[in-house]
Design a protein around this ligand. Sequence first.
Ligand code: PLP
Length: 415
Amino acid sequence: MDRDEALALDAADPLAPLREHFEIPAGLIYLDGNSLGMLPRATSARLREVVEGEWGRGLIGSWNSAGWMELPRRVGDKIASLVGAGPGELVVADSTSVNLYKVLSAALTIAHDAAPQRRVVLSERGNFPTDLYIAEALARERGCELVLAEPGELRRHLDERTAVLMVTQVDYRSGALHAMAALSAQAHAAGALTVWDLAHSAGALAVDLHRDGADFAVGCGYKYLNGGPGAPAFVWAHPRHADRFRQPLAGWMGHAAPFEFTPGYRPAAGIARYLCGTPPVLGLAALECGVDTLLAAQPLGGIAALRAKAMALTTIFEARVSAACPELTLASPRDAARRGNQVSHAHAEAGYGAVQALIARGVVGDFRAPDILRFGFAPIYLRHVDAWDAAGHLVDVMASGAWRRPEFNRRQGVT
Ligand SMILES: *Cc1c(COP(=O)(O)O)cnc(C)c1O
């Protein structure tokens, strides 16, 4: 492979026009769309309209006239179409952390009711910390136990004590991808329910929650869904569970009739009961623009086509870096099909400084303690030549020792 081949792939890429849906600063190669997606072109104008028109002039009437109340369901239906869920099954609300609390709690209740000895929430030690913190707190509250498996060991821990298997489909550090269908089937065979965190999957992988046996799912709005910083998250419950169980945060927006203002809680039907408080309208409006960028890919093959392109991008990057930088250890699966849209390398000393040196060159990735250089490839706005050039910059930063420079080794709050 050389640079001309990468350019030829871009020239022949049917998804290439999707890049035009984004504001891309000149000269920037942005490999952090798995952490904060880029700004869609439509978002600024839409937010201006919501702020100045719907809020400024419409004021409180906009809850009815502008459909603000419907936003959690409307945007939810759009996201549902990206993750193999049906209409009316998924809502946008709160953060991923808060939604995890709701679904884990519901799943524990279902599991206990069926078999009181099931008191274990099973997850992985390497799962994203907020998932583990939420599970740990909930387990303590409910007199349950959080059991953490080492990589590849989840199956071994599934037994008659397991209430819930809580997995993040794509490992945030290594990018390793869990096979949702196989793992869900094993959990079900052991009598456990599954909670899937789609933080790095929604908008990135061809997720199929129904086909692959998920019981509950949550995910982020600001990563591959391009919803903007702190965008609200989403929550899905399989319809066979959604109606039967209450979530613990019984706010009025999850009530069957919030504007009857009755003192007693009566849950709304289905997934709507997973709403809690007043919808964040500005955040939802921005998220809808982000989700619409992915829906614009539907006529071009949708998520499956985007995923195929992402595998090509990570392969170009990984192959060039691994070939030229033996001092970097590949921390992701070498087979693109077994990782998310992400490539991670490990280096005991260079990690932080190399990422900072790259940022100074306009190649933005991130560092994940203690030693991971992490690069996410959002195929909707990246080109093959970006993957090629980014790899070249990393090779140069390593070969030149630029990563050692003191200005690249002053730690900032967000890495
Ligand atoms: C990004 C991410 C989160 C973020 O949760 P917030 O509540 O939005 O802060 C949670 N879990 C995983 C696996 C993530 O990758």
